[in-house]
Design a protein around this ligand. Structure first.
Ligand code: HEC
Ligand code: HEC
Length: 213
């Protein structure tokens, strides 16, 4: 009983640290909005992998359609500046200014996410992790930041997960575990969470979000 209480208070206090950090970051980065119309003319080289409307058809290529604009912009900056290393995108963003990246982000954010059908097999575990976390291992519920329908949160740069490709979600969570994507405060928040997840939990929650809307 005491153990349970201690664990609970630990969880509650780490949540408030998360919340405070998120608030500060959101304030520090007042987002300048992009122009989706202009952005639609800049994404010609992206279509082959991310799809004409940002809905990817290959599991390892993330869907960008309906993703939060603020999150997309932050990632595009990281990818262009090679802080987030994506071999197949190397050099592709070299000639784009910050405003171009904002416009591309606005374009993808304005598109509609095509949600796929999640696999029945590990759906229950996936839902449990997403909605309640894992109290034993200190995993917080994903809903707390990514939202009950997986829409994310624009003001805090929390990405959309609902409808994201399951294979890509698995790759991402492993990249947080290894530290590959722990390149800024946002990445470090996810590293702290991902390192507590088992591979079974990762596969299950990835499957669950792929069908979430
Ligand atoms: C050859 C295929 C390919 C092309 C072309 C490509 N990408 Fe990507 N992109 C990827 C892959 C693969 C990833 C995910 C890599 C990983 O596992 O982290 C990615 C990741 C991204 C992400 C991060 C998504 C997220 O959810 O964090 C953004 C944003 C992105 N690409 C935008 C673009 C834009 C804009 C272009 C065109 C200028 C482009 N990509 C061209 C394959 C491609
Ligand atoms: C405290 C807030 C918070 C919680 C709770 C949280 N996340 Fe995140 N998540 C973030 C932030 C912030 C990012 C962006 C990290 C970055 O910039 O790389 C993110 C990114 C991600 C990404 C990468 C998305 C992409 O397009 O590449 C995945 C996958 C993810 N989270 C899954 C989860 C899962 C699964 C859970 C629950 C077990 C969870 N998150 C709980 C804040 C959170």
């Amino acid at each position: 009983m005491i153990k349970k209480f201690l664990l609970l208070s630990f969880l509650v206090s780490s949540f408030s640290v998360f919340a405070a950090a998120a608030g500060e970051m959101a304030e520090a980065k007042s987002m300048k909005k992009g122009d989706a119309e202009k952005g639609s003319k800049l994404v010609g080289t992206c279509v082959a992998c991310h799809g004409a409307d940002g809905n990817s058809v290959v599991g390892q290529w993330p869907t960008l359609a309906g993703q939060r604009e603020s999150y997309l912009f932050e990632q595009l900056e990281h990818i262009r500046d090679e802080e987030r290393v994506i071999a197949v995108m190397k050099g592709l963003l070299n000639n784009y200014s910050d405003d171009d990246l904002r416009d591309m982000s606005a374009f993808y954010a304005s598109q509609k996410t095509k949600v796929s059908q999640a696999d029945e097999a590990n759906l229950a575990l996936g839902q449990q992790i997403y909605r309640a976390g894992n109290l034993k291992s200190g995993v917080p519920a994903c809903t707390g930041c990514h939202g009950p329908a997986g829409k994310g949160l624009e003001s805090a740069q929390y990405p959309m997960l609902g409808g994201q490709k399951a294979e890509y979600v698995v790759t991402s969570l492993i990249a947080y575990q290894t530290g590959e994507r722990a390149i800024d405060e946002h990445g470090k928040i996810m590293q702290g969470i991902a390192t507590r997840l088992t591979i079974e939990e990762i596969r299950a929650v990835a499957n669950y979000v792929s069908g979430l809307y």
